[in-house]
Write a protein that binds this ligand. Structure first.
Ligand code: F3S
Length: 63
């Protein structure tokens, strides 16, 4: 699984690193960045949860 944050959609709300700090961090550009590529299977559910909670639908999750 891969998670890709679209920097044009991300508004820097900080929800995804709150939900999944193992997977996302805020960059100096105030956009979220993915910490793991690929995402290990034990974090797949968490990754989907973070993506679902993004108000901008900025996180694309590819299986
Ligand atoms: Fe950005 Fe969405 Fe995360 S707006 S900070 S990608 S929850």
């Amino acid at each position: 699984m891969k998670a890709i944050v679209d920097p044009d959609l991300c508004i820097g709300c900080g929800i995804c690193p709150d939900v999944a700090p193992q997977l996302f961090e805020m960059g100096t550009d105030d956009k979220a960045h993915t910490l793991m590529d690929p995402i290990p299977v034990e974090f797949h559910a968490l990754c989907r949860d973070a993506a679902d909670q993004c108000p901008q639908a900025a996180i694309e999750v590819n299986d």
